[in-house]
Write a protein that binds this ligand. Structure first.
Ligand SMILES: [Zn+2]
Length: 317
């Protein structure tokens, strides 16, 4: 799942989520784009602009609430994991959908494999497909992606009433999965990038996402603007922290050590490069690894991590 996992599971001294709100801990300057809905103990993040479309339902789940028991705490685990029961996850999903007012939509989830495989859903599905993004214009289907650090993205074309849900870790980002998903929307629904709204949900931030030098090298060889997405660990004595990224031609001498990658910046740059308008791109400033009381982080919790669910659907008329 990741080249350099750091599994620091600190079970003592863990902060509890009681009374904390997500937006109060987010450092994002565009906080006003986001709203936090609290429904029966569940906290859901939404984009204010997108709530104005009555035909659309969308939301990003968070950790508190739910029926799963993680380390003595009740959590809303929405993915089938080894430590949790299927019954718990199904009940959590039912509660999440109910809180969203989306109980009448059919939730479709993918078997995510860090690929660039995109599915067009235009009918009722029998079983989960393998892939990392889905698109549809069909009412009644709730597209979803599961994450615990990776970047969840939701796209809306209000003109053509088409939507997409995308899962992008570093592999998906490197393979430009969001660009390819928009390509599918252009092909199937005649969507225009300039009409689209895009939301990048809570994910591991550039503050915490450590990757190996080989990952940095791959990005540098493919994206001219990649140096802006990386940072080095600050020890205070580097004269120029990212000098090696800016000065070294891609493909030559590998960078010396692990670096920090900002996947949100990388995906946002891909969206802008396609022609989406800057004010139509909403990026959560919440870091899954920093806010473990409110979100799930695979890097921090390892196999005992839960999963967040990001969903989008067109309401049945
Ligand atoms: Zn962080």
């Amino acid at each position: 799942m990741s080249p350099t996992k750091t599994l620091k599971t600190k079970r003592k001294n863990r902060k509890r989520s009681v009374g904390r709100t997500l937006l109060s801990v987010s450092s994002n300057s565009s906080n006003s784009d986001w709203i936090e809905r609290q429904v029966r103990g569940i906290q859901i993040l939404q984009i204010r602009t997108l709530t104005k479309f009555p035909w659309l339902v969308h939301g990003f789940s968070t950790k508190p609430g739910g029926v799963s028991n993680q380390d003595g705490e009740k959590v809303l685990n929405l993915g089938f994991t080894g430590w949790d029961t299927k019954e718990n996850v199904l009940e959590n999903r039912r509660r999440f959908q109910s809180a969203l007012g989306a109980s009448d939509l059919q939730l479709v989830s993918l078997k995510q494999v860090h690929s660039d495989i995109i599915h067009l859903f235009d009918g009722v599905l029998a079983e989960a497909c393998r892939g990392d993004a889905s698109v549809t214009s069909r009412p009644g289907i709730l597209l979803s992606v599961q994450t615990a650090d990776c970047v969840p993205m939701l796209l809306v074309d209000p003109q053509k009433r088409a939507i997409a849900a995308i899962h992008a870790g570093w592999r998906g980002t490197l393979q430009r999965i969001v660009v390819k998903a928009i390509g599918q929307m252009q092909m199937h629904f005649k969507s225009k990038p300039g009409d689209l709204f895009a939301t990048i949900g809570p994910s591991i931030g550039g503050c915490c996402y450590e990757v190996g030098a080989e990952v940095a090298t791959q990005f540098l060889s493919q994206f001219a603007e990649a140096p802006q997405w990386f940072d080095e660990f600050r020890t205070g004595d580097e004269p120029n922290p990212i000098q090696w990224l800016n000065m070294m031609p891609p493909g030559h001498q590998p960078p010396p050590r692990n670096v920090l990658l900002d996947l949100r910046k990388a995906n946002r740059a891909q969206l802008l490069g396609l022609g989406l308008h800057d004010p139509n791109i909403f990026v959560s400033g919440l870091c899954t690894a920093c806010q473990r009381d409110l979100l799930f982080s695979y890097r921090k919790e390892g196999a005992l991590s839960g999963r967040l669910l990001s969903v989008i659907g067109i309401r049945p008329s």
